[in-house]
Design a protein around this ligand. Structure first.
Ligand code: ADP
Length: 719
């Protein structure tokens, strides 16, 4: 008997590689198919990664069965392999991220619809008559709807269907998405937008992998421009699939409705809040190649596209594209990789592009498309500072007199203000006036943040919370715990006190009413919005004309190499919420150091000057984008174990030119939920393949099971 071919099967498990199995004669499998095969003492579901010629010399276990579900396209499999090497992870862990919507692998559930038929109902009862009347009225309905309308049980409906008096059709519960129409009329583009759109269209027509940085000031109409690129792609290729990535769920609504106006169809949605049914539908339709447009969060990158032609990364500078927990990756960077592997186009859009992307544009790797102005008569906001050394806020308040006056003027004109402070809750610190004790989290030793709305003290690292005690837990003094510093709740309290007539609301990641607040803001139902960075992203509030930054100094200090860049980006973004169309806006930054470079550059609107300084500093230190960083994190519940492992790792580091090792060190959050942490940072020259270096390193070390190791090849968080 000739030997059977071999299938290498990858399981969505932390195993080092795909395992070989024999393909039995009665099974027809292809790469990408979902199969069941024995693994240890049980059977597991995996994906055929490749087929190899028979090898009679090897005794292999057979594949047990072919499982259902749309096969994983080749591009997706290549992406998994590439990612596993790059992120220094077992490939099965990446596959697990791809197969996240496992329900999508089962056949779509179906539902039966009934409509009036031609058959005779036979014996006629009152109940049957009511069902026929209901069917005549509804036209087509599910059995449950018909029965409810008629006030009868489902068996009456079924009886009529058997008799032929009702006709049945069975359809999948997850219907395909409507096809987008690229040729509907869009908004009339300004000359500047039209030129930018023309550049992108030419890139689309050139085909293959292309990367463009759409670099346009806030409110310049970047969305309309990339819509034109999408339209061109849809015209060029009847099968083209396009992914639009957004950093924030609250932003999807706005893009969705604009997309519907432009293309007359709803895209598939993919994010954690989309619900299992939507995700099942989206995953399956994407894998079948029928979902043409997906709007999603960073994890949409792992969807099994069959014919991916374009990825748009909107607000590409946004820090939420970086996932730190679990599988650590930077979705913007991976979008480029995925586009390259699939021969697709990548469009990165932002008003404040990351230094990485700007460096790529300057080096000619990305086509740099700029939009320097807002459409029509809309102008960019004027940015000014309020020097808190000269005009401080009164004790116990956070708004300086000039800011109070500006808000009063804005309210008087019937326009909206945004007070920006990137601190959730009421106060970032609670301490005892009697003994000086500071309330800290038991797990992390970080300060507990007071939330007045819920009356609790909360650890923003672990989520630990406790009611605010009446007495100091240290010295027992009553009524002695005092709130120090402001959070958004406290600023809102002050705004309400100063402007009792105004409608004040808070927008932070604690509010579950995000989309509601955005809509209320758009409708002008809020006068003063107090918000964290979530309020600073991409929204268009036509009547918002004043942005007050409560603490522009926050974030300028600290050991994070991107702190300056991030502060600059955030301040430009938040200021950019002010002023649209015919209403000019202004932004006022409260600061103790108006002479700081980032703030000076901001006021002067001189981005290039800021960039020059940032680039120079990073280049000197060999930091991204001029070098690479990686982090090895070690965690154990036993402090001695983590210490020992960190020493073993450090000793095993391969010595190579162009690589420096920093650490092991205790990160600022040295303990989280009882886990003691150590970190080793790796800095490498750009020419070094840092993933290969880390793989070689990891191969030399044996870490005991009590110590968890995490590798991050592009760390953004240093706490
Ligand atoms: P960006 O993403 O660059 O910040 P958007 O694409 O969100 O900007 O556009 C900002 C605002 O300008 C939106 O309200 C949009 O509808 C409007 N807009 C964009 N292009 C035009 C245009 N050509 N004519 C009129 N309004 C436009």
């Amino acid at each position: 008997m000739p030997a059977r071919p071999i299938a290498a099967i990858l399981f969505p498990l932390p195993l080092p590689e795909a395992f070989d199995y024999e393909v039995p004669e009665d099974l027809d499998v292809r790469p990408g198919d979902h199969v069941v095969a024995p693994l240890g003492k049980r059977s597991a579901r995996g994906v055929v990664w490749s087929l190899k010629p028979a090898d009679a010399a090897r005794a292999l276990k057979p594949v047990e069965a072919v499982a259902g579900g749309p096969p994983l396209p080749e591009g997706t499999r290549n992406f998994v392999d590439w990612l596993a090497r790059y992120l220094v992870q077992p490939p099965g862990i990446i596959l697990r991220a791809v197969l996240r919507s496992s329900e999508a692998l089962k056949p779509s559930p179906t539902e039966t619809l009934y409509r009036p038929g031609t058959g005779e109902p036979g014996r006629m009862t009152e109940a049957r008559q009511r069902v026929l009347d209901a069917a005549a009225e509804l036209g087509e309905a599910t059995g449950a709807d018909l029965a409810r309308q008629a006030g009868v049980s489902a068996s009456v409906v079924k009886g009529l269907a058997r008799a032929g008096a009702l006709e049945q059709t069975i359809r999948p519960v997850d219907p395909p998405y409507d096809a987008p129409d690229p040729d509907r009329d869009g908004i009339e583009l300004t000359a500047m937008q039209a030129e930018a759109a023309g550049v992108l269209r030419r890139l689309v027509r050139a085909g293959g992998f292309q990367a463009a940085l759409l670099d346009g000031v806030t409110g310049s109409g970047k969305t309309e421009v990339y819509f034109e690129a999408i339209a061109e792609q849809l015209r060029q290729d009847q099968q083209a699939q396009i992914l639009i990535m957004l950093p924030e769920i609250a932003l999807t609504e706005a893009v969705l409705s604009r997309f519907k106006v432009r293309f007359g169809a709803e895209p598939a949605l993919w994010h954690s809040g989309a619900g299992p049914k939507n995700r099942r539908r989206a995953w399956r339709e994407v894998a079948e190649g029928r979902a043409r447009i997906v709007v999603g969060a960073r994890s949409a990158l792992f969807l099994p596209f069959r014919h991916l032609r374009m990825i748009v990364v909107d607000e590409e500078h946004d820090p939420t594209y970086k996932q730190d927990e679990g599988l650590a990756y930077q979705a913007r960077d991976l979008a480029l990789v995925r586009a390259k592997l699939d021969g697709a186009m990548a469009v990165l859009a932002s008003a404040t592009p990351s230094l990485e992307s700007l460096a790529n544009a300057q080096a000619g790797r990305y086509v740099h498309v700029r939009l320097a102005a807002r459409p029509g008569t809309a102008v960019l906001p004027e940015i000014g500072t309020i020097d808190l050394r000269e005009t401080p806020a009164e004790s116990g308040s956070w708004m300086s007199p000039p800011l109070v006056q500006a808000v009063a003027e804005t309210c008087a004109r019937g326009e909206q203000s945004l007070l920006y402070l990137n601190r959730r809750g009421y106060a970032p610190l609670v301490l005892c006036r009697t003994c000086g004790h500071r309330m800290v989290s038991p797990d992390t030793q970080s300060y507990l943040v007071e939330h007045r709305y819920t009356g609790r003290l909360v650890c923003h690292v672990t989520g630990f919370s406790m009611p605010k005690p009446k007495a100091c837990p240290e010295c027992g003094a009553e009524e002695s715990l005092t709130s120090v510093g402001p959070g958004v709740e406290r600023v809102a309290e002050e705004a309400r006190r100063r402007f009792p007539e105004a409608r004040v609301d808070i927008y932070s990641s604690d509010s579950h009413r995000g989309p509601e607040i955005v809509a209320a803001m758009e409708r002008g139902e809020i006068d003063i919005l107090v918000g964290t960075q979530i309020a600073a992203k991409g929204h268009n509030f036509p009547n918002l004309t004043l942005v007050g930054v409560i603490d522009a100094d926050l974030g300028l200090a600290g050991g994070d190499p991107r702190a300056g860049e991030r502060t600059y980006q955030t301040l430009v973004q938040v200021a950019g919420r002010a002023g649209r169309a015919d209403r000019p806006g202004r932004a006022l930054l409260q600061t103790h150091q108006p002479e700081h470079d980032a703030i000076q550059a901001l006021i002067a609107g001189d981005r290039d000057r800021f960039l020059e300084m940032e680039f120079a500093a990073r280049e000197m230190l060999g930091l991204p984008p001029f070098g690479r960083l990686a982090a090895i994190g070690l965690m154990s519940q036993d402090p001695a174990n983590v210490e020992k492992s960190a020493a073993v790792w450090a000793a095993a580091a391969p010595v190579t030119d162009g690589v420096e090792i920093w650490g092991p060190a205790e990160p600022p959050r040295a303990m989280v939920r009882g886990w003691h942490r150590r970190r080793i940072l790796v800095r490498a020259d750009k020419s070094v393949d840092i993933s290969a270096y880390l793989r070689a390193w990891a191969g030399r070390v044996k870490t005991p099971a009590s110590v968890r190791v995490s590798i991050d090849v592009e760390p953004y968080s240093f706490i």
